[in-house]
Design a protein around this ligand. Structure first.
Ligand SMILES: Cc1ncc(COP(=O)(O)O)c(C=O)c1O
Length: 375
């Protein structure tokens, strides 16, 4: 293609491998957290890999899933929603699972679904109390925004039971979680909440946070996570029939997409490429983000073909395509020293939080997808 615009190369086999490792390793049902990548071609890959249950956080995500896969199940696991969203999800899309971490949100869900006035509606709801759990194992914590402490979570479980809905628990250890023990600790906190509330939970959702296997970060294999999780769940002695879920985003899609960018110009040890932090490379703008996505550089061969450039690497400052000086990757990249204008830089393992965060700033909106088996 010799593309001058960024191209997303989907690798179907990688989506299959990721879904299979959850199917084989996790003793419950896996949902896909749509936020990690809601692009239609990516949703199609995840669905084709056998994931038929989706964790959604907004009505547009609900619609995106429903339009493509009318038979898919959805759980609305954002603990705080826009006004009216719980009602619309329930009324128009049959969603019965909601997360919450406060009494205010519980009341909103009950009111908007009609469950406050009708016990039959309440009985069909599974309401997941989102717990606050330590996030020190993760590169991106979510604990400062969401999660009820043990005492409050126990009270919420009690309130859910009193309102006639099915009580459940959930947590999120933070994204790109580097330590399997984070899940075991979080599961132990679930045990404390259950004991304190004196309630039998109907479901437990252990959230997302499973890592991508990038450069510069050393993480145990997924099987280590599943072993820790499965033993943490066993220790809870949950009654048979308790539904178990997880809702990974990153781990289901990271490996399935490579981003092909082109070098627009080189100036000494600075390059401009045609995608950047306002596009698919937004995670390069995160604070203290040690991850480096594997990358490869390809250039033209004298006979008209294309060759991968190898050899000595050096550090390069990398600007994106917009007119904005802030459109700069916050970290220098180690790139083959011979990189030149018109070469292509391919970022691998870029399926998560890439397209999902792209903007149309300055008119640059990458949206070309291709499928490849090449890795
Ligand atoms: C409620 C919820 N579930 C799942 C995820 C997916 O997390 P990850 O991509 O780290 O697996 C997130 C990420 O923010 C989330 O907020």
């Amino acid at each position: 293609m010799r593309p001058a615009m960024p191209v997303y190369a989907l690798i179907p086999g990688a989506f299959q491998v990721a879904a299979r490792s959850f199917r084989e390793g996790f003793a419950g049902q896996t949902m896909y957290a749509v936020k990690a990548n809601h692009a239609a071609p990516v949703l199609d890959q995840v669905y084709a890999a056998g994931i038929k249950h989706f964790d959604v956080a907004s009505i547009p995500e609900v619609k995106a899933v429903h339009e493509r896969f009318p038979d898919a199940a959805m759980s609305f696991m954002a603990p705080v929603r826009l006004r009216g969203a719980a009602g619309e999800a329930h009324r128009s899309f049959g969603i019965r699972d909601f997360a919450l971490d406060s009494d205010a949100e519980l009341q909103t869900i009950l009111r908007e679904t009609g469950a406050h006035a009708d016990k039959r509606i309440a009985q069909e709801l599974t309401l997941y109390v989102r717990l606050s759990v330590p996030a020190d194992g993760a590169l991106l914590e979510l604990a400062s925004k969401f999660g009820a402490i043990v005492e409050d979570a126990a009270l919420l479980l009690g309130a859910i039971v009193r309102h006639g809905a099915r009580p459940a628990l959930t947590f999120h250890v933070g994204s790109q979680c580097m330590k399997a023990e984070a899940y075991t600790r979080a599961l132990a906190i679930c045990g404390e909440v259950i004991a304190r509330a004196g309630v039998t939970i109907a479901a437990l959702d252990i959230g997302g946070g499973f890592p991508g296997y990038y450069r510069n970060v050393i993480v145990p294999p997924l099987t280590t996570y599943f072993d820790a999780i499965n033993s943490g769940i066993r220790a809870l002695n949950l009654p048979a029939g308790t539904l178990l879920h997880c809702e990974p985003g990153r781990a289901l899609v990271a490996d399935g997409l490579s981003l092909i960018t082109q070098v627009m110009i080189r100036r000494d040890h600075t390059i401009f490429i045609n995608d950047g932090i306002y596009g698919s490379l937004n995670e390069y703008a995160l604070k203290n983000w040690p991850v480096r996505y594997p990358l490869r550089v390809f250039g033209p061969r004298p006979d008209g073909g294309i060759v991968e450039k190898q050899g000595k690497t050096e550090l390069f400052k990398v600007f994106g395509p917009t007119c904005d000086t802030l459109d700069l990757l916050h970290y220098q990249l180690e790139i083959p020293a011979g990189i030149a204008a018109d070469d292509w830089v391919v970022f691998d393992k870029l399926g998560a939080y890439s397209c999902a965060l792209r903007t149309a700033f300055n008119g640059f909106f990458p949206d070309t997808f291709i499928e490849t088996e090449a890795t």
